[in-house]
Design a protein around this ligand. Structure first.
Ligand SMILES: Nc1nc2c(c(=O)[nH]1)N[C@H]1C(S)=C(S)[C@@H](COP(=O)(O)OP(=O)(O)OC[C@H]3O[C@@H](n4cnc5c(=O)[nH]c(N)nc54)[C@H](O)[C@@H]3O)O[C@H]1N2
Ligand SMILES: Nc1nc2c(c(=O)[nH]1)N[C@H]1C(S)=C(S)[C@@H](COP(=O)(O)OP(=O)(O)OC[C@H]3O[C@@H](n4cnc5c(=O)[nH]c(N)nc54)[C@H](O)[C@@H]3O)O[C@H]1N2
Ligand code: SF4
Ligand SMILES: [Mo]
Length: 901
């Protein structure tokens, strides 16, 4: 049966139609009825079917025994032990000695019950989430400006805008369907202008009319400068400001102080003054302007000020809540928004009520009928792990997040967890870097198995529905929380039969005494988050729920845009300008650490790769961890493209392959966040990142750490492809990559094995002297090649060289899908090159059809192709999900430049 569900990756929140086929495969396609995507899916969404198999899944509860190993146990035992662990710590050290660290990848129902358990029953607000690392600056900025955490606009605004500004957002790779909507609008009758503000030249810049490569961390200058410019040029909406805002004088004074002179702003931001003024003029002129922002804004020691400096410009021009305009925070995770709605952050209560507000506390407690209510804010993520390290927090339940990978100063996180008395992790996979420190593992239902709701960037609540059976003894996270709550003696509050019952309670709380706890009697004196129209859904209606944007009125209608009437959630109903004095990032580059480390995402991987790392279709685009640097810096550091380098900071170090994308500013380097100890020897960038946080939101400064880069000396390079997993441990460098019918290992080592043959046989596990073993060695050039063949089918192969220039992996990979090796293939294996025409395809660009860079460039050259559509019609590349279209555009430009040169 085909079900309509929602993609579990990014906050675009695309609708997916999914079905389990009789042969065990899973079919997915975009849901044409879903408003977020109208039938489209990006490459990650399209590959969802390849990620739901049970390889690597955590299927049963596990407890760590006295000998330190994890052993399977029954749910009863595990739940008793988890409850006992928390109870013991609370009895001895009080409620604030326990904590929950949860995730924007939980469903709203999961989030609701765990927040209720912590704040209403245990009585601690020590529940924080990975959304602290992601959205908390946006939340704080919204609250300061609007009085409530509200994204005012909707995706339709993108199609109605005249100007789209993307700040600190690699939308093409991280919110691909939003990007495709913008790209499509740009091909329409009234194409919007598009400006990208990002220190890197990313795929997102391919459709941009203007790219401002700002110096990292300088956005507040840029937007303060814009505010001053708009004021100076009379571009404000005085009536709107007068009637609906306050605080302008202070904000303007701060802006003029730092950024009154565009020449000075251009200098500080490191951009051409003419470009800066173009942007300012376009902004001044285009009433229908949407400013989208993401982690280049939020993940900064001035993240909240960055957000407000953007919103200030929208308030000045009255561009908010109306079609085609508004500040637009792009949500990272699929349900970061839902988590914010239920209050799953250490400084919130529930249903957009405030922890510090005594009326709100009373409202929530009386609704819950709970024995207590947390009275003061709990610890935010970075502080929480600090407190764990100090022994102040002694029991921790981690849910759907991988803090050893994703927190800053992540080696300290390891130390903290190692000290913690009682660490529980609920996850869907058995092995993660975090699980090495857990005492109990609880198997959760994953996407396709679980059932509930999520809210996307435009406030749209959609159902995730199950279409797969629960594997092993995995259970829904909310159910596990309720079981533990019951065992801790809190039965009454957690008697839910199904996800629907949880959702209904959450919806009722949003509507409950909604007008209380706000000063004044203006129409704004209520919480906008109100799901009144969903509070009385029966089970059937919940199952049939169509995607709807909150607030949801009693008649079930949602609202596309908020604040259109100019009435905001602050007492008195006015929006607030916030004075945002510009500040440089906390740690500056110095002689020892002269480069600035920027971190972020690549197109085809999701965070710590527990799901996307399984899909061969997704691993070809960027197979290995890399450090992207400017050739000048590489020269200075003594490292070369394709070789390995160590990236070091005051906090830690990691190793990755040097890359010159051409899109990076001198003085900065970029490292992706995805690789960790499950996939590489030493590529966890979180260990290098400084633990600086924004003073208002507590969000870490992930985009700005001073580092140095140095060669990682090795004597030989190599790779292996093997049908069976190999153990690469012990090698100086390795990355493990899932291929189609094989695993690939990129390796390097300090010492060359004295006997390559013996070493290779041992590593590939070929002990039988009679085995069909092909090998070739050239000692003068340090080249060694070997392959193991079983029944004429390739089983594994290994290639070593003293230089990183090894044969193309793509044609070797193709041998693994063949049933029989031809004689030519045997010869080619030993020669290290394919005889056939399909030889070098280059790294994957189009993951859907597996089309490589070299193939595409050849076609562009040979056939004089000029548009992505022409490439698609020749090679199919770009014709499915469209995620690679920005890169196709880039390749066309590159080939053209090459031809013109
Ligand atoms: N493929 C993929 N997509 C994802 C995810 C994923 O893991 N993989 N994760 C999802 C999640 S949770 C999130 S939060 C989003 C993140 O989505 P994005 O925020 O778009 O992604 P990032 O790569 O973290 O960073 C965005 C950009 O900020 C830029 N930047 C760095 N410093 C500055 C600065 O000082 N000023 C400005 N203006 N820009 C700066 C970086 O160069 C980078 O290109 O992606 C979501 N989508
Ligand atoms: N250096 C640096 N660090 C960063 C960032 C950055 O830009 N730079 N970005 C930050 C941001 S924005 C984010 S959002 C974080 C993300 O960082 P994390 O949250 O640590 O990353 P994930 O790999 O998504 O972790 C999700 C975990 O939940 C598991 N899981 C999946 N589905 C379920 C489920 O239904 N139930 C349960 N219980 N578990 C499940 C997965 O297997 C995985 O182990 O990283 C942050 N860290
Ligand atoms: S844009 Fe891609 S990852 Fe994001 S929700 Fe849509 S299909 Fe999923
Ligand atoms: Mo995120």
């Amino acid at each position: 049966m085909t079900v309509a569900t929602t993609c579990p990756y990014c906050g675009v929140g695309c609708g997916v139609l999914a079905r389990a086929n009789a042969d065990g495969s899973v079919y997915v396609e975009g849901d044409a009825q879903h408003h977020a995507n109208h039938g489209r899916l990006c490459v990650k969404g399209s590959a969802l079917g390849e990620t739901v198999d049970l390889r690597g899944r955590l299927l049963h509860p596990m407890l760590r025994g006295p000998d330190g190993t994890l052993r399977r146990t029954s749910w009863d035992d595990a739940l008793d032990r988890v409850a006992e662990g928390f109870r013991r710590v609370i009895d001895q050290h009080g409620p604030d000695a326990v904590a929950f660290y949860v995730s924007g990848q939980l469903l709203t129902e999961d989030y609701y019950v765990v927040n209720k358990l912590a704040k209403g029953y245990i009585g601690t607000a020590n529940i924080d989430t990975n959304s602290r690392l992601c959205m908390s600056s946006a939340v704080a900025g919204h609250k300061r400006a609007f009085g409530e955490d509200v994204v005012p606009g909707c995706y339709d605004d993108l199609e109605q805008a005249e100007l789209i500004v993307l700040v600190g957002s690699n939308t093409a790779w991280c919110h691909p369907i939003v990007y495709q909507r913008i790209a499509k609008a740009k091909e329409g009758a009234n194409p919007p202008r598009m400006v990208v503000i990002d220190p890197r030249h990313t795929a997102t810049c391919e459709s941009a009319d203007l790219h401002l490569p700002v110096k990292p961390g300088t956005d507040v200058w840029l937007f303060n400068g814009l505010l001053a410019f708009l004021f100076q040029h009379g571009a404000m909406d005085a009536r709107f400001m007068e009637a609906h805002t306050e605080g302008f004088a202070q904000a303007l004074a701060a802006a003029q102080k730092d950024a009154g002179d565009p020449a000075e702003v251009a200098r500080i931001c490191g951009v051409q003054q003419a470009d800066l003024l173009n942007f300012y003029r376009w902004f001044a002129r285009c009433r229908r302007t949407v400013t989208l922002f993401s982690q280049g804004v939020n993940q900064s020691s001035s993240g909240t000020d960055k957000v407000n400096s953007i919103i200030n410009c929208h308030l000045l021009t009255g561009r908010i809540g109306k079609p085609g305009m508004g500040p637009f925070s792009l949500t990272g995770q699929p349900n970061a928004m839902g988590g914010r709605e239920v209050g799953g952050l250490a400084n919130m209560l529930a249903a957009h009520m405030e922890l510090e507000n005594p009326v709100h506390r009373q409202v929530v407690q009386s609704f819950w009928q709970s024995p207590r209510i947390a009275e003061r804010p709990g610890l935010k993520a970075v502080d929480l792990f600090e407190a764990i390290g100090q022994g102040k927090v002694r029991a921790l339940w981690i849910m759907a997040t991988n803090p050893v990978v994703s927190l800053p100063d992540a080696d300290r996180v390891k130390q903290a967890l190692a000290r913690c008395e009682w660490v529980v992790s609920s996850d869907i996979v058995a092995q993660t870097d975090t699980h090495a420190y857990a005492h109990a593992l609880l198997p959760a239902l994953g996407w396709g198995e679980k059932d509930g709701t999520v809210t996307n960037s435009e406030r749209r609540i959609s159902r995730q529905r199950a279409f797969l059976p629960a594997p092993g003894s995995a259970r829904a996270d909310w159910r596990v929380v309720c079981e533990v709550a019951r065992r801790m003696g809190f039965a009454e509050g957690f008697e839910f039969d199904d996800a629907h019952a949880v959702f209904a309670e959450h919806a009722r709380l949003t509507a409950y005494r909604n007008h209380e706890g706000r000063e004044g009697d203006a129409p704004a004196a209520h919480r906008l988050l109100n799901l009144e129209g969903l509070a009385h859904l029966d089970r059937h209606a919940y199952d049939a729920l169509q995607p709807v944007q909150w607030p949801v009125a009693a008649n079930g209608e949602g609202e596309a845009r908020l604040f259109a009437s100019g009435s905001f959630s602050h007492p008195g109903g006015r929006a607030r300008f916030i004075a945002t004095p510009a500040r440089m990032p906390r740690h500056a580059a110095d002689r020892q650490y002269p480069l600035i480390l920027n971190t972020g995402r690549v197109r085809d991987q999701w965070h710590s790769m527990t799901r996307t790392g399984k899909a061969p279709r997704l691993t070809g685009h960027v197979p290995e961890p890399f450090v992207d640097m400017h050739p000048h810096d590489a020269l200075r550091c003594g490292v070369r493209e394709g070789e390995l380098a160590r990236v070091l900071s005051r906090w830690g170090a990691m190793v990755a392959r040097v890359k010159h994308s051409g899109g990076i500013l001198a003085g900065t380097v970029f490292v992706p966040i995805h690789w960790n100890d499950q996939f590489a020897s030493d590529a966890r960038v979180g260990g290098v990142v400084n633990p600086v946080v924004d003073p208002v939101s507590g969000e870490p400064e992930f985009k700005h750490t001073p580092v140095s880069v140095e060669p990682f000396p090795v004597r030989w390079y190599g790779f292996a492809l093997s049908r069976e997993p190999l153990m690469p441990h012990g090698l100086s460098y390795w990355t493990s990559i899932q291929g189609d019918h094989f695993r690939r290992y990129e390796i390097a080592h300090r010492e060359r094995p004295s006997e390559c043959s013996a070493w290779a046989r041992a590593w590939l596990g070929v002990t039988d002297p009679e085995a069909d073993w092909l090998e070739y060695e050239d000692r003068s050039t340090g080249i060694y090649r070997a392959a193991h063949v079983i029944d004429d089918r390739i089983e594994s192969c290994v290639f070593l060289s003293s230089r990183p220039d090894l044969p193309a992996r793509h044609w070797l990979a193709s041998l693994f899908v063949q049933e029989r090796l031809a004689d030519d293939d045997r010869m080619a294996l030993l020669l290290g090159e394919s005889g056939g025409p399909s030889a070098a395809t280059g790294p994957t660009v189009c993951s859907c059809f597996g089309v490589g860079r070299d193939t595409i460039c050849d076609a562009i050259r040979t056939h004089g192709l000029e548009t992505p559509a022409q490439i698609t019609s020749r090679l199919r590349a770009g014709g499915n999900c469209g995620s690679c279209v920005p890169e196709l555009r880039q390749l066309i430009a590159e080939v053209r430049a090459e031809v013109n040169a």
